[in-house]
Ligand binder design. Structure first.
Ligand SMILES: C[S@@+](CC[C@H](N)C(=O)[O-])C[C@H]1O[C@@H](n2cnc3c(N)ncnc32)[C@H](O)[C@@H]1O
Length: 320
């Protein structure tokens, strides 16, 4: 129940510069695992770090943080904090202790531990309270949001974040249902959505898209990613690596567009024969996007939709 098989681990380690050929300087650097989960990636980072290396792990889920303290509480090179990675800038400043930051990892989305527990309310397959917050100690639950949101808001979220073409029908069905009684259970929502979605995508529950959309909205997932990416670039030391693993197209598009923008010169300056000092892009892309092998997908079906991207902080003038 508390299991989570890490995805693209070797590729992530290599991307962070912590592969077998890692230098001593890198191994003794400061790293961030912005999405601790159950620590699959953190365990491998710690194994690759040198004695002076440090790992800051972050998770907004109190259960993940507790699991981190249980698993690595005795490890002097490790600290785990309960926070949302949108606050990356202040978290890195508070924990780096003057060390250069050599790598930041994002393994986005929800963990198997979250999906598997009916009481967290993420799953359409297991009946539970309609919650869906990664951090149940704050914010608005899915039930609270669905009880108060306007019809057009619900429709827009489901269309945009779920890319659900029956969003209007689903939103109407939700609003009609809540007029008789508040929606409080995942099974109830899954049934209402299934009744409104006309076609069946092979191998997909008809409520998959709507659940994804509501979860992303309740947790402001895209906003968090945008804030964290913006903060990650200046946090990295020259040569430091940014590694992001995404699980669906909306996340990956955000990461891809950000990395492309940060690794290209400002289009307004593109016609100049030479870029002025400080106008060089701050990142360089490292390799192409990576996808799991067939063997990994066979062993861990959750890896199926994963895409990993890596970029490196370039050495540019101070203050840029
Ligand atoms: C896919 S899991 C990570 C699994 C982890 N790499 C492992 O191997 O166990 C994603 C984790 O990131 C956390 N998370 C997602 N968005 C977050 C955010 N904005 N801030 C902090 N943690 C977040 C979730 O709570 C979840 O535990």
């Amino acid at each position: 129940m508390d299991e989570h098989i890490p995805v693209l681990v070797e590729e992530a380690l290599q991307g962070l510069g912590l592969g077998a050929d890692a230098t001593r300087e890198t191994r003794d650097g400061f790293f961030v695992d912005a999405t601790f989960g159950r620590g699959g990636h953190s365990a491998r980072i710690l194994a690759a770090l040198g004695p002076a290396g440090r790992l800051l792990a972050i998770d907004r889920d109190p259960q993940a943080v507790e699991a981190g303290r249980r698993r690595f509480g005795e490890e002097p090179r490790f600290v785990v904090v309960h926070a949302a990675f949108g606050a990356l800038e202040s978290l890195v400043e508070a924990h780096r202790g003057g060390r250069p930051c050599r790598g930041i990892l994002f393994d986005l989305g929800v963990s198997s531990a979250q999906l598997d527990q009916a009481e967290r309310g993420f799953s359409f397959g297991k009946d539970g309270p309609l919650d869906m917050r990664m951090d149940p100690t704050r914010g608005t639950s899915a039930a609270q949001w669905l009880a108060t949101a306007r019809l057009d808001e619900i429709r827009d979220v489901i269309a945009r974040l779920g890319e659900e073409r029956f969003a209007a029908r689903v939103a109407r069905a939700i609003v009609e249902a809540r007029e008789s009684a508040p929606l409080t259970r995942t099974a109830e929502l899954a049934r209402i959505v299934a009744g409104a979605v006309r076609t069946r995508e092979p191998g997909k529950h008809p409520a998959t898209r709507t659940f994804q959309a509501i979860r992303m909205h309740v947790n402001d997932e895209l906003g968090e990613i945008s804030r964290a990416l913006v903060a990650a670039v200046p946090a990295l030391a020259p040569g430091g690596r940014l590694v992001a693993i995404s699980f669906h197209s909306l996340e990956d598009r955000l990461v891809k567009q950000f990395l492309q923008r940060e690794s290209s010169p400002d289009p307004a300056l593109a016609s100049l024969p030479m870029l002025p000092p400080g106008a060089e892009p701050r990142l360089a892309l490292v390799g192409r996007k990576q996808r799991p092998t067939e063997a990994e997908v066979a062993a861990n079906p959750r890896a199926r939709s994963a895409t990993l991207r890596v970029a490196e902080r370039r050495a540019v003038e101070a203050g840029t």
